[in-house]
Design a binder for this molecule. Structure first.
Ligand code: SAH
Length: 243
């Protein structure tokens, strides 16, 4: 049976999923805890990516090599970059770019050397299922009608973006390179590249915790404490039923 990895960046985001895990079995490996078990009868491994691209890479490779997962789903929070992407909205990635990767002028800005591409595309089938699951999850929470579900590019980099000017600069530089990003976070592009290398499906959902602006650190902390775990729980629960 296909084993699905559910990867979260922060413990608060993972807690709601751990609460649902049946027959939990913990293994410590590479300084991380991996939780094997079942969600609605489906074999899963829950893990924390930890923060940043390198940390997320270590976790992803361990999931594939040691725990033999055959697909990875990321659930986490992100800063809203695009117009109309507000705190509480949900973004499902169609692709990822590293906003802090720049090997120009040797390669076009953002391009990953030797891959011939800047963007890593998420798996179409798994992403379509995640979109449906997010819709069902959001509806089940009976949130205010203004909660939007977005689908598009997410930018990752090793930086917590917490300034309106910085967010604008980052966003317009990406746009200049042909990359219109909806949100910014710190892990997704790394996981997407690992999944590309190993040729396994990857999909990602990020709930918007802040607007990557001057109050991002305050908004982020409140959101992660109060809401992130609930979102991850309802969306993943819906997804598992669709797989
Ligand atoms: N305070 C946290 C650190 C969080 S770093 C701690 O003590 O553990 C922010 C995390 O949320 C990262 O995993 C990143 O992917 C995501 N994120 C949310 N808002 C972000 C933003 N504005 N810029 C970059 N990453 C953001």
């Amino acid at each position: 049976m296909t084993t699905t990895a559910i990867l979260s960046a922060l413990a608060e985001e993972q807690q709601g999923l751990l609460d649902l895990l049946q027959q939990p079995h913990k293994t410590s490996h590479a300084g991380r805890d991996f939780w094997q078990g079942r969600l609605h009868g489906q074999p899963v491994v829950l893990a924390l990516s930890r923060i940043g691209k390198v940390s997320a890479t270590t976790t992803s490779v361990a999931l594939i090599e040691r725990f033999k997962v055959s697909r990875i789903v990321f659930t986490g929070v992100a800063g809203g970059l695009g117009d109309g992407v507000h705190v509480g909205d949900v973004v499902i990635a169609d692709s990822f770019v590293q906003h802090d990767l720049d090997v120009s002028p040797l390669f076009p800005r953002y391009e990953v050397p030797l891959y011939g591409q800047a963007r890593f595309i998420c798996d179409k089938v798994l992403t379509a299922q995640l979109l449906r699951a997010a819709r069902m999850g959001i509806d089940s929470l009976a949130l205010p009608a203004k909660t939007l579900l977005h689908h598009g590019l997410i930018a990752s980099g090793d930086r917590f973006v917490s300034g309106a000017a910085e967010a604008r600069t980052l966003s317009s530089a990406l746009r200049h390179g042909g990359h219109e990003a909806l949100a910014v976070e710190m892990e997704g592009a790394a996981v997407a590249q690992v999944c590309f290398d190993y040729d396994i499906p990857f999909a990602a959902v990020r709930t918007i915790s802040d607007r990557a602006d001057d109050t991002a650190h305050v908004d982020f902390s409140v959101f992660v404490r109060d809401v992130a775990s609930l979102y991850a729980q309802v969306i993943v629960r819906s997804l598992i039923k669709l797989l």
